[in-house]
Write a protein that binds this ligand. Structure first.
Ligand code: GUN
Length: 305
């Protein structure tokens, strides 16, 4: 925490965690890292695969490609029709696994229902699995090895540690048990010596569980589930939710936290949009650079986390 943050805390002023600003500074660090690698003859490459034309996925994929080009990465883009067979998708992954100029492979989820997402994820070379979804990386994360870490949980950790660097002994409650966010984030918080609870839709007395949290992460996919009276005064609140809802005849984005009521109680809170969202792509590019360095035995120009 900076002196300014401590003064704010003394005045009980809530810190608004500006994910867009943190991500912008991470992007500029990544650009320099790529420049450094290119000078050493290594241009990290990211392959993004989109199957079908889900509008939200198309937007995410477009942003991932734009950001990787801006960072100086080599970008490979594969758009396949929704009728693509699992066999054809697995064959593409095989080719990307063997391509030496591809360091990272991302298959955008969700996949059409006739394709087994777990099978596809498991087919990606773990060394190129920049999403961190391969069972090998999931296992390494839980055993404490050198894993590629899923991007959204990694982004959450960077934001939490930007507010408070020492997390040991804090009670962390994550609402949501997904493989993409809840479970890996629990491992990362455990690594930081937090006492971790994963709560979910079947948790008894969810408000009381949330009220115990020094760090409260909302990743349930339920618009404004968590209101201010579920928040412990001074808690760090991280909102992973991105929900499109109709309000007064307009479509707006809200998180899983009722922002205004939670802000009045929290010590620090992420907004939606502009909180966790922008961090995810920055972490994807970071993972790609890290994967490239590991694959080529090059020293990483990135700061260790
Ligand atoms: N769909 C929603 N989030 C993600 C993500 O982090 N990775 C991939 N591959 N697909 C997603």
């Amino acid at each position: 925490m900076t002196k300014q943050d401590i003064e704010r805390a003394d005045r009980r002023e809530t810190i608004l965690i500006d994910g867009a600003a943190v991500a912008a500074s991470l992007h500029s660090e990544l650009r320099s890292a790529v420049e450094n690698l290119v000078e050493r003859g290594l241009t990290p490459g990211l392959a993004v695969v989109l199957v079908g034309n889900d509008p939200a996925s198309s937007v995410y994929v477009r942003n991932k490609i734009r950001r990787s080009v801006e960072a100086g990465l080599r970008s490979f883009h594969h758009e396949l029709p929704s009728t693509t067979s699992e066999t054809d998708l697995l064959a593409l992954i095989d080719r990307l696994n063997s391509a030496d100029d591809v360091d990272g492979i991302l298959v955008q989820l969700p996949l059409p229902s006739h394709i087994d997402a777990q099978k596809v994820t498991s087919a990606i070379d773990p060394a190129k699995d920049v999403d961190g979804f391969h069972p090998m990386n999931v296992g390494k994360l839980s055993l404490g090895g050198e894993a590629l870490i899923p991007c959204t949980p990694l982004g959450c950790m960077l934001l939490i540690k930007g507010v408070r660097s020492q997390l040991a002994g804090l009670n962390a409650v994550i609402v949501g048990r997904s493989n993409i966010v809840g479970k890996p984030l629990a491992q990362l918080l455990l690594r930081e010596n937090c006492t971790v609870t994963i709560a979910h839709s079947r948790t008894a007395d969810l408000p009381s569980v949330c009220r115990r949290a020094d760090i409260l992460v909302a990743a349930a996919g339920q618009p404004e589930l968590i209101s201010g009276d579920w928040v412990k005064p001074g808690a760090i609140v991280i909102d992973v939710g991105i929900n499109r809802v109709q309000r007064e005849g307009r479509q707006i984005l809200v998180g899983d936290v009722a922002f205004e009521s939670a802000r009045a109680v929290a010590g620090a809170i992420t907004p939606v949009p502009g909180g966790v969202g922008p961090m995810t792509i920055a972490c994807l590019l970071r993972n790609t650079i890290e994967a490239a360095c590991r694959r080529h035995g090059a020293a990483s120009p990135l700061r260790t986390l």
